[in-house]
Design a protein around this ligand. Sequence first.
Ligand SMILES: Cc1cc2nc3c(=O)[nH]c(=O)nc-3n(C[C@H](O)[C@H](O)[C@H](O)COP(=O)(O)O)c2cc1C
Length: 217
Amino acid sequence: MLDFPPTNLRDLRVSYDLDSLTEETAPSDPHILFNLWLQDALAHALPEPNAMTLSTIGSDGGPNSRTVLLKGLDERGFHFFTNYDSRKGRDIAANPRAALTFLWTQRHHQVCVRGTISKLPREDAESYFNSRPIGHQIGAWVSDQSAVIPGREWLHQRETEMAARFGTGPIPCPPNWGGYTLLASEIEFWQGRVSRLHDRLRYTRHEGGWKMERLSP
Ligand SMILES: Cc1cc2nc3c(=O)[nH]c(=O)nc-3n(C[C@H](O)[C@H](O)[C@H](O)COP(=O)(O)O)c2cc1C
């Protein structure tokens, strides 16, 4: 019999009472509200405020989720960088529909985004790659992301090989490494409220603008 988990999960709960989200105060463009909430997470020094869960659809029809970092947001959408040959890269190539979830738990905020992913131009990948620390640049050449590998030693050997290959640099951006952007079709904001009667406002693209609806918690 497993002595796990070490605490009674049924007794773990938080009362959500920090703020409210109303139709009257919510901006008509959800990107403005997203930006306000991201600024709020930064102002409260939350850990990794740009971390988001990216969910894709696998070739077997099942979902795959993992965390990636938001590295930009503009009229093209929400940007992140990764290995194009990774599992997520293969999922996106076969089906570009995907979802992002941001959780700023200390602020009782969640944002869920649905949309379509496309590749960012090569210039964006190179510009971001060149801004990364050298160890991260070498890491991108070392990692055959999502492939099964024989052990950690294999990674260290590749790291030594790549460090010798590129010397003191500059290190070029690997051809299979780059950026994606998710263009939102729907963005939902969740604000925790007391008695689990949370505020949920969903924005859906509509006639060149956005339609806002309140959802039951
Ligand atoms: C906080 C955090 C941030 C991460 N950021 C990235 C990222 O920006 N890009 C990336 O490729 N992987 C990132 N990862 C690793 C991914 O979660 C994942 O393990 C990796 O991308 C392989 O995913 P895949 O096999 O589904 O393609 C991050 C992980 C964590 C925990």
